[in-house]
Design a protein around this ligand. Structure first.
Ligand SMILES: *Cc1c(COP(=O)(O)O)cnc(C)c1O
Length: 356
């Protein structure tokens, strides 16, 4: 088992009380996990130490060539005081898939899980319990060689930081307005779209700002080649209920394989709903919206869990989905997923992992 050295903070911060709105990703706990990688030595010096700025050379490769990977998952406290993480094995597996694509050394799965559990256990007093809140876990790896040349780094830092969070979108579970982007693209097959890495996010900023200026909260991306098929929403995968069938774009190499996406697919199938993972063209959506066949649209992601979509804009048209409110299936998925995460709904799938 991974041997983790613990250096306790001498200046603990006040833990936000239930009156704190917990704006997503703004408050960090007292400690962080750090582990270093050196070529020839592998991962070493695992430690949990006070959360603090880190020191890197200005020439560190991550600043110049973007070699980095990140993950996002959550921990919850149940009413009877247990601490649960949701499907961490899937995040660990995906982290190493991203690492392979980005030429970052893989992290032994068991060590990754031990690090997550140990840090969350130490910081458990920071897990908020008010409805809609949780402890967001952000593991990431950065390339640290001081070198201005393009090649994979020989040294890395793997870190995990924690943040008590409320709703990701200010809208909460209220429907968001989505902008289908027809100018910029986010990723192409063969690129890094299926890796969880900062480069995909910087590619999305220009379109996001444009959408915000027009009053839309999120961008829905089309495929990078034909700009014809639906891919995903910057930080969420996307689902449609068309004539009673649940449809989501198939994983094609440029879409991030979301854990919440997989959870939605598995839950809908378990409820006997027809589920199709396939290509969805923007023309098909327009047609379905026009004829009333498009019953529900929602985004899925760890941060927001389920985010109902009330309006979709494409070129010069705006479509309202259903009555513009929260769809029945979106609500049921939200209630079930958060119910399992909070230990209120029986976890028949074995998705939760208890931290002891
Ligand atoms: C993280 C992420 C998602 C959602 O994945 P989850 O595992 O469900 O949180 C979707 N798209 C992108 C681009 C992401 O980075």
């Amino acid at each position: 088992m991974l041997d983790i050295k613990f250096i306790k903070t001498e200046n603990p911060k006040p833990i936000p009380g239930p009156e704190n709105p917990l704006v997503f990703g703004t408050i960090f706990t007292d400690h962080m996990f750090v582990m270093d990688y050196t070529e020839g030595q592998g991962w070493h010096d695992a430690r949990i130490e006070p959360y603090a700025p880190i020191s890197l050379e200005p020439s560190a490769m991550v600043f110049h060539y973007g070699q980095e990977m990140f993950e996002g998952l959550k921990a919850y406290k149940t009413e009877d005081g247990r601490i649960l993480m949701f499907r961490p094995d899937k995040n660990i597996e995906r982290a190493n898939n991203s690492n392979r694509r980005l030429m970052i050394p893989e992290i032994p799965e068991e060590d990754f899980l031990t690090a997550l559990k140990e840090l969350v256990r130490i910081e458990q007093a920071w897990i908020p319990t008010k409805e809609g809140t949780s402890l967001y876990i952000r593991p990431f790896v950065i390339a640290t060689d001081p070198f201005l040349g393009v090649r994979p780094s020989y040294t890395y830092k793997f870190m995990i930081i924690l943040s008590p969070v409320g709703a990701y979108y200010p809208e909460g579970l209220n429907p968001v307005k989505i902008w289908i982007e027809d100018e910029y693209v986010r990723a192409v097959r063969g690129g890094i779209g299926e890796a969880k890495t900062g480069g995909n996010y910087v590619a999305s900023l220009a379109a996001q700002m444009k959408a915000h200026e027009e009053g839309y909260s999120q961008v829905l991306w089309l495929d990078g080649v034909e700009r014809k098929y639906i891919e995903e929403v910057g930080a969420m995968n996307i689902f449609f209920k068309i004539n009673g069938t649940v449809v989501t774009p198939q994983l094609n190499g440029s879409i991030l394989p979301g854990v919440t996406r997989r959870t939605c697919v598995e839950l809908c199938k378990s409820w006997g709903l027809p589920v199709e993972e396939r290509k969805v063209s923007v023309d098909e959506l327009e047609e379905a919206a026009r004829t009333g066949a498009l019953e529900e649209v929602w985004g899925s992601g760890t941060a927001a869990v389920i985010s109902p979509v009330g309006h979709l804009r494409y070129e010069n048209e705006v479509f309202q989905i259903g009555d513009g409110g929260i769809g029945e299936l979106s609500q049921k998925l939200y209630d079930t997923v958060t119910g399992i995460q909070l230990g209120k709904v029986e976890d028949t799938f074995g998705w939760t992992v208890e931290v002891k």
